[in-house]
Every structure is written in structure tokens, then in C-alpha cells.
Design a protein around this ligand. Sequence first.
Ligand code: IPE
Ligand code: IPE
Ligand code: MG
Length: 236
Amino acid sequence: MNVPNHIAIILDGNGRWAKAQGKPRSYGHVKGCQNLEVICDDMKELGVKYLTVYAFSTENWKRSQDEIKVLMNLFRGYLKKCIKISERNKMRVKIIGDISAFDPDIQKKIRELEEFSKDYTELHFQIALNYGSRDEILRGIRKLVQDAADGKVLPEKIDEQIFENYLDTAGIPDPDLLIRTSGEQRLSNYLLWQLAYTEFYFTDVPWPAFHKPELIEAIETYNARDRRYGGVKEES
Ligand code: IPE
Ligand code: IPE
Ligand code: MG
């Protein structure tokens, strides 16, 4: 099986999955978080080089205080566990998004995990936390404008490559395949720049129930696609 170099996933449907079983939303988040551990092993086994997951958006602060508390505590536990996951998969972990909004202990765990895993190259795992694509682009532009004002960048020289260096995903290739679980067919402010030519795959399966067979199905569907980048493909 030909695997995409970079897979991005919008981890959606934890709450609905739990509700369908008569359980609280928090149970869905616990299971969704556990599933994230397994999917990294699956990606590594399949030979995927880059995985970028959407775990908490800039809009998710609109949720109840109780739900946010559950999510923050799950992040705490997960970031710690992720050291082991990164070790066994030789996986480099980076957080994308504005982490300054998180409690200091969470920020510290993020820095520790990034530092611990920085020399691994088998799998590159990006977790989007307090991530919003519009926010990412604006933060990048603020920095770029400052660099231009300081004479470090010439405005007429700004091209796509230079701009991309100001995004949280600097140095990471664009996703080949985007998967969104749980039926919604929208981007919810995810990787708007980076997904310009990505293939989209939407499935009704909620995130806690999305396992290796579902992943393989997504990859097989991707493989049957005729990727184009604006040109005309030669007939074979
Ligand atoms: C995804 O599941 C997890 C986060 C956004 C944190 P949801 O919590 O969005 O679950 P649904 O979409 O309400 O079912
Ligand atoms: C998108 O899911 C964000 C994450 C998965 C982290 P949401 O459940 O927050 O998105 P909407 O509100 O349905 O667009
Ligand atoms: Mg949702």
C-alpha cells in the first residue's frame, strides 16, 4: 500500500460517541485521548512520516468550564505519556498553536516533550493545541511585518516559501491527506494555508472508534484519487 507522506486528522466526535453510549462527554475525551496513543503506533507501522492532529482549537474555549477542565487534565496526562510513545516510535513531537494561553505547568510539559523528542526522525507528530489557522496566520504576519520594519526581510521578496517560515508548521511539508471523523464536512479553522492541495476524506466514524482498519480504508480511498495541482495529467 502506498502511504501518504503526511496525514492530518481532525479528531472529532468524542462527545457524540460517548452520548450514544449513555456516557458523559468526558468519557469520550478519555477514550479519544487513548486512541491518539494507538494511532501513532499505527502510523509508524504503516510508514507515514508526518502526522498532524487537531486536538483543541482557538474556538474550543467556548465550551463549559467543566469540559475545559477535563480536557486540560487529559492534556497533562497525555503530554507525560507521550514521552514513552515518542521513545518507542522514534517520534519527534511538536505542538502547533498558541501555547501561551495554557497554565504554566502544561507549557512546561510541552517544552519537555519537544526537547526530549527533538532528535527523532522516524515519525514527525504535530499536535494542534489552542490552534486556529487564522490566529496562526495573524501571528505569522505580525512577526513578518516586524522583521520587514527591522530591515530583515524585503517586502518585494516575500514569497510563499518565506511566508511559510512564519507559520507554526515551518519546515513541515503540506498534508497529502486530511481525515475528519464523525460526519462534519468543514475545516473548523484547521490548516487553511497548508491544505491548499490536500485530498479530503470525511467519515461518519467518530474519533474514539477510528482504528487501524478505518485508517487503512482512508489511505486506500486516497490512493484511488487522481491528484492534480491545477495542470492536466497525461493519460496513461
Ligand atoms: C473532539 O470531539 C474533541 C475536541 C474538539 C476537543 P468533540 O468534543 O468535538 O465531540 P463532538 O463533536 O461534540 O461529538
Ligand atoms: C474541531 O472540532 C476542533 C478539534 C477537533 C479540536 P469542533 O468539534 O470543535 O468543531 P466544530 O465546532 O464542530 O466546527
Ligand atoms: Mg466536535
